[in-house]
Design a protein around this ligand. Structure first.
Ligand code: FAD
Ligand code: UDP
Length: 371
């Protein structure tokens, strides 16, 4: 008899949603987390009465009603709608690309005028776009590509836009309406009280070991549980035997400012190449805060190397091939479940991670938990 039904490696959303279902079925769980807190990348640190998104801005959005109902059962969500503004050489542009952006750039007033302008600028892209640059020009024309996309993307990914897959840019809506909502999803908001409210509910009733790396003591932890739910990087699990997967990392620089409102918006993107950070987050605006001080975070992209946090999988062809090799090994494992952004090596948003964990829980517990 092992001590726990499940040993969960990592304490992000995948592990949390799986643990919640396991507890509901009377199973016992041990959570092993390398960091000194639960929550993975959605963790918030309280500073000056403000919930600071410690690992970058997190805005919850989904079109999946089951996922939305699930998270609302755990925390109440506010009506925050993400509408970032982009700064380029002294000018401010509304995001995502919409009539406000087109008007500011070209003085056009109607959707028809905007479409004409874009179609002039995309004329030289023929056939299926082969990379991010071609895809971007096809979607919004060359002016927007050069001012709002090229510099930001090359900073973020450390690669030329010609060497990046086109799907990255298809995440952003292009709208011929005066609508600055960054997401097309039906549901959107921030948990009132911050994301830790969700985390606490998800892991309620689990035993927790913080500051412990599963991979450094894997035999010990394997003995503790019948099944391991592994949410760390898949290549690390296999000691990088086929080679290292690539990630992009980030460095966050957080400052408390003695003023109530620094930039008037939660997210301002800096799209020119010469400015080393990609965005400044002013955290209080996620929850409409009225505190006397404010907390801002500059986000600097960085090449990942071992020892750094792997934030973004680089889903290009080379890495996709390598991931497939690891995935083949993972499929054959008995009593190990791989899930989440790092173990599935997918550029997942929170709702997709929750959906993936609900589906996995449904298979495991045979109930209608899936999303
Ligand atoms: P994680 O949250 O990464 O959790 C994995 C955990 O495993 C970590 O805590 C890690 O320390 C731990 N771990 C790893 N290896 C080991 C080990 N060997 N032993 C012990 N512990 C280990 N999504 C949205 O929907 N909206 C957004 O606005 C948004 N913004 C984002 C901004 C940034 C900068 C980033 C990086 C991501 C953003 N996301 C956003 C995505 C979101 O963070 C993820 O989809 C989600 O948090 C991933 O959950 P997870 O459980 O897969 O992994
Ligand atoms: N992007 C851009 N300019 C911007 C914002 C985003 O070119 O002002 C591009 C960039 O390539 C980025 C991608 O769009 O990686 C997806 O943006 P998103 O905001 O979804 O990135 P995330 O929140 O996942 O970092």
């Amino acid at each position: 008899m092992k001590k726990y039904n499940y040993v969960l490696v990592g304490s992000g959303l995948f592990a949390g949603v799986f643990a919640w279902h396991a507890k509901k079925h009377g199973k016992s769980c041990l959570v092993v987390e390398r960091r000194d807190h639960l929550g993975g990348n959605i963790y918030c640190e309280e500073m000056e009465g403000i919930h600071v998104h410690q690992y970058g801005a997190h805005i919850f959005h989904t079109s999946n009603k089951k996922v939305w109902d699930f998270v609302n059962g755990l925390a109440e969500f506010n009506r925050y709608t993400n509408s970032p503004v982009a700064y380029y050489k002294g000018e401010m542009y509304n995001m995502p690309f919409n009539m406000n952006t087109f008007h500011k750039l070209w003085g056009v007033r109607t959707p028809k005028e905007a479409m004409e302008k874009i179609s002039e600028q995309q004329a030289d892209i023929k056939g299926e776009p082969k990379n991010l640059e071609e895809q971007a020009i096809r979607l919004v024309g060359r002016d927007i590509y050069e001012r709002l996309i090229k510099g930001y993307t090359e900073k973020q990914w450390g690669r030329d836009c010609k060497d990046l897959p086109s799907f990255i840019i298809r995440r952003l809506p292009v709208r011929y309406t005066y609508d600055n909502n960054y997401f097309n999803d039906r549901y959107q908001g921030i948990p009132i009280g911050g994301y830790n409210v969700l985390t606490e509910k998800l892991f309620a009733g689990c035993d927790v070991e913080l500051g412990r790396d599963f991979l450094e003591d894997r035999e010990y932890y394997r003995e503790m549980g019948e099944t391991v739910v592994y949410t760390g990087p898949i290549d690390a699990y296999y000691d990088y035997r086929f080679g290292k997967l690539e990630y992009r990392s980030l460095r966050f620089e957080t400052e408390v400012l003695d003023e109530p409102n620094y930039q008037g918006n939660a997210v301002v993107n800096y799209t020119e190449r010469e400015i080393p950070y990609t965005r400044i987050i002013e955290h209080k605006h996620f929850e409409f805060g009225t505190q006397e001080k404010t907390v801002i975070t500059r986000e600097y992209p960085a090449e990942w190397s071992p020892g750094m946090e792997p934030y973004y999988p680089v889903n290009d062809e080379k890495n996709a091939g390598l991931y497939q090799q690891y995935h083949q090994l993972a499929r054959k494992e008995e009593h190990v479940i791989f899930g989440g952004r790092l173990a599935e090596y997918q550029y997942y948003d929170m709702d997709k991670v929750i959906e993936s964990a609900m589906n996995r829980a449904e298979r495991e517990f045979g109930e209608n938990a899936g999303a």
